[in-house]
Write a new protein. Structure first.
Length: 481
């Protein structure tokens, strides 16, 4: 289940981990910041409430009783409820620290007790559960005031207190925090989203840039397999990837040295074999001309052809023709025209213009070898005594560029379809030593195609004949940076 949700790419997995970590970190940071913000707002509101209550007590103590109601009406607000009662609404002194702070704010010390307690509720009406009946009646009366009706549910009760005045009346008060002040503004939310997006974009850019050497390493490995490009990679990138790049460069150097040594050794052996063969040919010329001499001369001729083919293979392998972007349909059409000019019947079929990256000379050699095999061994005469045509097809499937050379001959035994690719292996029909074939053509052709990252296989056709099929990786134009 988890594998289906996670992306397949490494950069996608890293980005998801970073996003989850960032979201988790932001949620924790927001929770901590919200708590700190609420505490600071509670502290500020408490100090403000105590200062207003202290000032009100000092004023009431110096004014006549008949003015007390007007003073209370002028002093209270949407966040502060006041009343004068015969009894205190608070029975216990839960917040002795605030009571001491309020007492110190009076202009004259009072001999009576100050009681304050904290009440936390989601709605302003819920605070009444801890109040006296008269205080609840006072709050309910205030809720019907035009100023309070629209905002009463938006307040959160914080403090409830009672202060005994010099005339033995109790000043009961309750303060609340505006819920709007505790909520996040849209500007803050948009700002956090923009910061998160910027952080994610920066992380994505850093991760993608860090993984760029891995992508270059993959491209270099593909070129090594398809084009035998041994160009070393630049040692740049994160420290964790540098050892991998250095090991890849060392592997390329060793492979290049191995291929060069093998090619040189093959060429040297083929060259050194010419001397004893020439000596044997000279000795045979001076012996009696009979059937044995004739067969020995044919054997020597066949050996010379094999050595010549081996040296040609070594020479072509050492040249390492560079790959280039080629219009494959035009190249195949040119080859077809050359054969048709010689009188050979070849039907070339290509649906669309196909671009491919390959070594044109080496690839032409492969196509010509396959066509020559079809012309020599894969043709049968039609009713008009004319040889059947050879089909040359070129098309793209889902992932590959496909080239087919098909004939209408007798085909090859299923057990020998792979054996013919082995060096110096020839079927019974091709064992005539008078021909120039030594059994290296298909082996060399498959090596060339494999060097392009493709495959070459033979299969018998259901309607009769043999089909040689080449599959090459489809060419994709490099994206502009």
């Amino acid at each position: 289940m988890i594998k289906r949700i996670l992306p397949s790419s490494l950069i996608g997995k890293i980005c998801i981990i970073m996003v989850l970590g960032l979201v988790f970190e932001l949620l924790i940071a927001l929770q901590i910041f919200s708590n700190e913000r609420a505490q600071m707002l509670n502290l500020a509101t408490s100090n403000s409430t105590l200062e207003r209550v202290a000032a009100l007590v000092n004023v009431i103590d110096r004014t006549p009783v008949e003015l007390h109601d007007e003073i209370l009406a002028a002093s209270q607000s949407s966040g502060l409820t006041l009343s004068l009662d015969n009894t205190a609404v608070v029975t216990g002194n839960q917040r002795a620290d605030l009571s001491a702070q309020l007492t110190q704010s009076f202009s004259e010390p009072l001999p009576h007790q100050v009681k304050i307690q904290s009440v936390i509720s989601q709605h302003h009406n819920e605070q009444q559960a801890g109040m006296s009946k008269k205080m609840r009646h006072m709050n309910m009366s205030m809720e019907h005031m035009p100023m309070m009706q629209q905002r009463m549910v938006e307040y959160k009760t914080q403090l409830i207190g009672s202060v005994k005045l010099s005339n033995n009346y109790w000043l009961n008060f309750s303060s609340a925090i505006d819920q709007q002040a505790l909520r996040w503004s849209w500007s803050a939310i948009v700002g956090l989203i923009l910061v998160a997006l910027f952080t994610l974009s920066a992380m994505y850019w850093v991760v993608k840039r860090s993984l760029l050497p891995v992508k270059k390493l993959a491209v270099a490995a593909q070129k090594l397999g398809q084009e035998r490009d041994f160009t070393p990679l630049e040692l740049s990138g994160p420290e964790e990837i540098l050892p991998t790049i250095a090991a890849f460069n060392q592997m390329q150097t060793q492979l290049s040295q191995f291929v060069d040594d093998r090619t040189k050794m093959l060429a040297a052996i083929s060259h050194d074999l010419r001397t004893p063969i020439t000596s044997m040919r000279l000795r045979l010329e001076f012996i009696e001309h009979n059937e044995d001499q004739k067969q020995l001369l044919k054997t020597l001729t066949n050996m010379e052809l094999m050595i010549e083919a081996t040296m040609n293979f070594a020479r072509d392998d050492a040249q390492q023709e560079p790959s280039q972007t080629v219009e494959l349909t035009s190249l195949l059409q040119t080859i077809t025209d050359d054969y048709q000019d010689r009188g050979d019947v070849i039907h070339f079929i290509a649906a669309n213009k196909i671009i491919c990256r390959l070594s044109p000379i080496a690839f032409r050699r492969v196509i010509e070898n396959l066509l020559n095999n079809s012309l020599c061994y894969g043709q049968q005469l039609e009713n008009t005594s004319r040889p059947s045509p050879i089909e040359l097809n070129c098309f793209n499937d889902e992932q590959h560029t496909v080239v087919q050379v098909c004939d209408s001959g007798t085909g090859i035994d299923e057990s020998a379809l792979e054996d013919v690719f082995k060096p110096f292996v020839r079927l019974e029909k091709a064992r005539d030593t008078s021909s120039s074939s030594v059994g290296l053509g298909l082996s060399i052709s498959r090596s060339i195609i494999q060097a392009h990252g493709g495959s070459l296989v033979l299969r018998n056709r259901s309607e009769g004949g043999l089909c040689a099929e080449i599959r090459l990786p489809q060419y994709h134009r490099p994206q502009s940076k």
